[in-house]
Design a protein around this ligand. Structure first.
Ligand code: SF4
Length: 376
């Protein structure tokens, strides 16, 4: 199906009278590559170079709407304004932590809310992007899980989060992006692949600086490998056996650990990129020495480093606590002694609930417009 057929609004009566497109029918220009915009323009009888012009406005000059694209003919701008949109997100709220992390609650056109986090480090600036409104994975330690899945984000809505954060924080270039915000990215794999493509090709983010996280959605892992985009994969294990994993990550029941690890091996082979194993450490749940030894055995023969994440407390999930530093140290030493490279994720944004597993979409439901506030 052509872009025109799939995205442009149709007049059901077949008359020449213009029908106002619904929100769902509007073409979201952000989220399309320059060559897709070229196809869109030529299908509508415009010269091919208009596609590149529009891409420049979207990704370099950061136009918020077609009417701002002043080197397009006025008639084209007026026409675009009737069936296409550029920027669709608006800020509901901003919370800044003393460690520099800033969490933004962003409102989508349909009133639902998502969260995205700005994470400045000494040597780089990263952002944490959402891929769904809510999440269907149901991880029992995660705030987002309690929302359930409200809807999938489009590629444009994912890319817009990056552009929005860069515009809000213009002093340093955002060099890295992790798909670790709200949602399980590989349960929305086509939109995520398209967003990655746009970030790499149009926004010039290096593929090596892009990381997609997954709880092990095997079909999505294989699809991402097949896409040929050499991005990093972070595989969230959180348990060394299927029984405990099913308690912590209920969707895991669909894909046993051995199947997930074999998909990760295939990902590494096909893309040449490393896979990192993520492991959230929850006190007295999955952080014993026996768990560490079982994890060592499980990963035997599968290369990749292990990233330990001290559990970030979530209001309303009092049953879990972060592991003590003693237990983290013991767990880590067992993995290192087995020859595994181990890193420990820095806890950023904890004070504003922007850390891993704490995003909950400003309440999750439709949110009324509030003033942006900064809390320090
Ligand atoms: S941890 Fe990630 S995959 Fe699991 S429920 Fe939360 S957002 Fe979804």
């Amino acid at each position: 199906m052509s872009l025109t057929e799939s995205q442009a609004p149709a007049n059901p009566e077949g008359s020449s009278e213009r029908v106002q497109p619904t929100d769902a029918e509007l073409v979201h220009l952000i989220g399309l590559t320059s060559s897709e915009l070229t196809t869109l323009m030529t299908e509508r009888g415009q010269p091919a170079y208009r596609g590149k012009q529009i891409a420049r406005w979207l990704y370099s000059k950061r136009a918020a709407s077609p009417s701002m694209m002043t080197d397009l003919p006025a008639s084209l701008r007026t026409d675009l304004d009737t069936w296409a949109v550029a920027r669709t997100l608006s800020a509901i709220r901003m919370d800044a932590a003393a460690d520099g992390a800033i969490k933004y609650a962003l409102q989508l056109r349909d009133g639902l809310a998502i969260e995205a986090v700005y994470l400045p480090y000494q040597d780089r600036v990263s952002v944490c992007l959402s891929s769904q409104v809510g999440c269907p994975a149901g991880c029992t330690f995660c705030a987002t899980a309690r929302m359930g899945l409200k809807r999938q984000l489009t590629a444009g809505e994912i890319v817009e989060q990056y552009l929005w954060l860069q515009d809000a924080q213009p002093n340093r270039r955002i060099s890295h992006a992790v798909f670790m915000g709200m949602g399980e990215p590989l349960l929305n794999v086509e939109a995520v692949i398209q967003a990655l493509r746009v970030l790499i090709v149009e926004v010039q983010v290096s593929a090596r600086n892009l990381t997609v996280s997954t709880v092990g959605a095997v079909p999505g892992m294989l699809r991402l490998a097949e896409s040929g985009l050499p991005v990093n994969l972070a595989l969230s294990l959180h348990a060394p056996n299927d029984g405990l994993r099913a308690q912590l990550v209920p969707t895991a029941r669909a894909w046993p650990l051995l199947q997930i690890l074999s998909a990760a091996d295939q990902y590494r082979l096909q893309t040449g990129r490393d896979v990192t194993y993520e492991y959230v450490l929850i006190n007295n749940v999955n952080d014993s020495e026996a768990h560490a030894r079982a994890l060592t055995d499980l990963l035997d023969g599968h290369s990749g480093s292990v990233n330990l994440i001290p559990y970030n407390p979530v209001q309303g999930i009092e049953v879990y606590e972060p592991s003590t530093s003693d237990r983290i140290g013991r767990f880590r030493r067992i993995l290192v002694a087995a020859g595994r490279t181990v890193t420990q994720r820095m806890r950023r944004g904890l004070a504003v609930s922007a850390a891993c597993g704490q995003l909950a979409g400003a309440g999750g439901a439709k949110t009324s417009q509030r003033h942006i506030r900064r809390s320090r």
